[in-house]
Structures are given as C-alpha cells and as structure tokens.
Ligand binder design. Structure first.
Ligand SMILES: Cc1cc2nc3c(=O)[nH]c(=O)nc-3n(C[C@H](O)[C@H](O)[C@H](O)COP(=O)(O)OP(=O)(O)OC[C@H]3O[C@@H](n4cnc5c(N)ncnc54)[C@H](O)[C@@H]3O)c2cc1C
Length: 458
C-alpha cells in the first residue's frame, strides 16, 4: 500500500496552503483532488482576505490592531464563535499574510468590507493565488497531487486511529495510508441539495454558487467517525447578487456598503444596510415575493471600484443589469413600487442620516461601524434587483486550535485534522468578509504543522 506522512483531501486554499507547508517541512504528502483542476470555491471567490496591521493598511493611513479584528469577528459572530479559534487566528493572521506574499500570492487592493470596523479586505486574484501555491508544490518532489481522485471513506486501524483513505481513480477503489494524519480540506456543501435541505431548508429560494465538487463529502466522512458538526443553525446566504447570477457570471454588487439602501417590492426599507450581508440575506428572503432592490444615487456610483468583485457598479451597468434614471418617480416606475412610498422612504432615510442616525433601523455607518452614509439625492438614480446566494457553508466539523477534529465529548478523533470551509465554530452566527479565505490559510498550515509536531514562529 502507498504510504505518506500526510494525506490532504481537497485542493482549495486550505489544502494548498497545507500541502506547501508540509512539503517545505520535508513531509511526504499526497493531495487528492476530486476535480480535474485545483481551486474549488476558492477560485470562484471575490478574493478578500481579512488581516490586520499590514503594510497595505499602513500605506493607506489606516490604524488597525489584532484586538480590533478579533473583536469584530466575535461581535459579528454574535459571541458564539469558538474563542480559542479566534485567538489562534489573531495570533497567526499577520504571519500568514507575510507567508502568502513570500509564496508569490499577490495582494492588490484594500477595501472596506462587511463586518469590519476599518478597511481590512485585502484582495487577491484567487486564481493567481492558487497557481502561485501550485507552482511551489511542483518544486517539492515530496508532494504529489492526484486529480480526478475523490476520497470516499476514512479508515481506522485497530487502535482507533484514522490512518488510511479509500479513494477512487479511473474507476478503481484504492487505499492509501498516512502515518501522521489525514487533513480534510474538502470545502463546504454549497452544491449539495441533500445537505442544504437537511440543514438549511429556509435557504431554498437562494441561488447556489460554489465549487462544483463541494457537496459535503468530507463532512460526511468525518461524521461517520463521530465528528461533531457545528453551526448548522447559522447557515445563511449572501445578499447582493442579481437573480441571473451563477458560478460563471456572478454579477454581485454591494452598493449598500458605499451608501445605497435596500427596499422591498412595497418600496420600504426593512433593515440597517450596514449589517453583515448574511443577515441582510436572511431578511431579504422574507420580503414579499423575495424581491428586493438596491437603490443608490450618483454620489454612490462615483465610488464604484473598477475590476472589484463587489464594488464594480459600472460593470453591472455594462451588463445592463441596472436601471438608471433621472428622477425617483421614474425609478419607482422601473421597479414597480408605489412612487409615494419610495419617495417617503428616501426622504425619511435622508433626514435621518443627516441628523446622525436614521430612525427606522438605526443605520449609522456604511459597513459595521465604518464610514458615514450620504443622502440619496444626486441624480441619476440607480436600482439593482438583488437576491441571495448560497456561496459558502460555514457549518462544519468541530476542530480545536490544532486543527484536530473533535467528537461529541470534545476529544480529538485520532489521526484526523480539518481546515477551511469543512470546519465549523469559527464564524459563529455571522460572517466577516475575508475571514473564510483567511481561516483556510491560517488553519491549513497550522493543522499540518501540528500533525507533524512542528510549531510556526510568529
Ligand atoms: C462566489 C464566492 C465568493 C466568495 N468570496 C469570498 C471572499 O471574498 N472572502 C472570503 O474569505 N471567502 C469568500 N468566499 C468563501 C471562500 O471562497 C471559501 O469558503 C473558501 O475558498 C473555501 O476554501 P477551502 O479550501 O476550504 O475549500 P475549496 O476552495 O472549496 O476547495 C475544496 C476542494 O476540495 C475538493 N473536494 C471536495 N470533495 C472532495 C473529495 N471527496 N475528495 C477530494 N477532493 C474533494 C473540491 O473539488 C475542491 O477543489 C466566497 C465563496 C464564493 C463561492
């Protein structure tokens, strides 16, 4: 039987960071990837990564601290995230940012994004990031990647340690052994109707956008061996996609984080738009007919960011997904809401934010505690029909800060590690943008380090 130090299941960001880290430590590694290419949901993502105290922030004149990042993660997560994981993220996030840069991952821009008190969204091109890590893997003779090789089962030895993996290749079932551990990095289950219906029936109306191979096989394999599954109750979609969006053409715009508002088919706001777009998503799905529109004016339009996955409103216009008109009357007509109600909604909102806080939902900032909303008053006006998409499933196996998968008694399941979207416990009840890719990189590396019993110096 083929035997390696480590077997890694899945080649997204978590698996690739783990493979490079373990390979550079001299471990023999087999990474099994179900698809014929790397990347999973990672390469579909907007590429935001949440780090604090970086040179990019310093150059932009932004003061930030690890404590503030950790506080935001806990506050947005409703205080139900595992504090041990948050602390570990805080401890290793900056070292991980430098490690990624040292390994050729290019950071491009810095943006204010959901859930952060300061601009902390460091963008990468996720394709470039995965390719940079793949280039490094190809230089490491001790790391093998096998494509079209879905893992099917985890096998235990007589001492109750997971030490083998059953996978399929070219129609055959093959068993491989790992002496130091098996790492699950197989992503979430955004493409599993079975698991979504089981865990999150309230998301039935949401679009599905996620890695093609992400159907929760890793989760099920760990579940079979008694892994605890956390955060099912917090599964939520992401708001801000045009109803025509899909994995290939995502058409997302978050004008509300630059000062837009969101109204329903009755022309009424229904939430504080500065909240996490996960919470906005839950509320949007409950609106009449599930239809909502982002509304903004030229002041917001002027803040569009070219080539940014979340803020390139001009691209949405070029795709003919926006209504652009000169008066609110015409706007109401376009989206078929009562004109007097829409005018009243906007007048109340404008008056409120100009007086410090708007009375209906208490909006005070653009995103979580950051930025000052501006009145919607400068023509032309824009409307973008928006809905919710299930992108990433932040419910998954319980892990400790070493990446060991835990059973119902919080005891490690010997030999089994997990990192990335297959894990739960990190985000809690709400998601902070960039913290998923961030956690993949931080915990992917930490898990294999722990399996190899080597520390990372920070
Ligand atoms: C449209 C979109 C935008 C997003 N934007 C952001 C963002 O800006 N910032 C952020 O932090 N997060 C974002 N996310 C979430 C984030 O991209 C994911 O949570 C993260 O990339 C997951 O990485 P991963 O390595 O855990 O899994 P993935 O990248 O999904 O990789 C898992 C891999 O495992 C493989 N696999 C699955 N099952 C098996 C099996 N049985 N055997 C072998 N291989 C298997 C899959 O094929 C896949 O290649 C976004 C997600 C989407 C879909």
């Amino acid at each position: 039987m083929e035997t390696y130090d480590l077997i890694i299941l899945g080649g997204g960001l978590a698996g690739m960071c783990a493979a490079v880290e373990a390979g550079e430590e001299g471990a023999s590694v087999l990474l099994l990837e179900k698809q014929d290419e790397l990347g999973g949901s990672t390469v579909l993502s907007s590429g935001y990564m949440a780090f604090a105290g970086t040179d990019m922030q310093e150059n932009a004149g932004i003061t930030d601290t690890v404590e503030s990042l950790m506080n935001d993660l806990i506050e947005v997560g409703g205080g139900v995230n595992n504090p041990e994981l948050i602390k570990t993220y805080g401890q290793y996030q900056f070292e991980t940012y430098r490690w990624l840069k040292d390994h050729g991952v290019e950071f491009r821009t810095l943006q204010a994004v959901s859930g952060h008190s300061v601009p902390r969204g460091h963008t990468i091109d996720p394709h470039q990031g995965i390719q940079a890590l793949y280039k490094r893997v190809k230089e490491l003779p001790n790391v093998t990647i096998r494509f079209n090789a879905p893992a099917k089962r985890l096998l235990k030895n007589s001492e109750d340690i997971i030490d083998r993996v059953l996978y399929e290749t070219e129609g055959e079932s093959v068993i491989v052994a790992a002496t130091k551990g098996v790492l699950l990095s197989s992503g979430g289950f955004a493409n599993s109707e079975e698991l979504l219906q089981k865990f999150a029936p309230h998301l039935e109306g949401a679009l599905r956008i996620g890695g093609e191979g992400n159907v929760g096989e890793g989760l099920k394999m760990a579940w079979e061996h008694g892994a605890t599954i956390l955060d099912r109750q917090y599964l939520s979609g992401t708001y801000g996609f045009h109803p025509s969006a899909n994995s290939a053409v995502k058409s997302q715009g978050l004008a509300f984080y630059k000062g837009g508002i969101i109204v329903n088919q009755n022309g009424k706001r229904f939430i504080d738009e500065s909240l996490s777009y996960k919470l906005l998503g839950n509320a949007a799905l409950q609106q009449p007919e599930g239809i909502t529109y982002q509304i903004w004016d030229q002041t917001v339009m002027d803040q569009a960011v070219h080539d940014d996955p979340l803020y390139d409103f001009q691209l949405l216009k070029r795709r003919r997904l926006l209504y652009q008109v000169d008066t609110l009357e015409e706007l109401a007509d376009c989206i078929d809401v009562p004109v007097e109600v829409l005018s009243e909604t906007i007048t109340t909102y404008n008056n409120g934010i100009q007086n410090g806080a708007e009375p209906e939902f208490g909006r005070k900032s653009l995103t979580h505690n950051y930025g000052t909303p501006t009145p919607i008053e400068k023509a032309p006006f824009y409307a973008f029909e928006s809905t919710v998409a299930m992108l990433a499933t932040y419910a998954g196996v319980a892990v400790n800060s070493k990446g060991q998968v835990l059973n119902a008694f919080n005891e490690p399941i010997s030999g089994l590690y997990a990192a990335g979207e297959v894990t739960g416990g990190f985000h809690g009840a709400g998601y902070v943008t960039g913290s998923s890719l961030g956690k993949c990189a931080v915990f992917g590396r930490l898990a294999v380090r722990n399996a190899l019993k080597k520390e990372i110096k920070v």
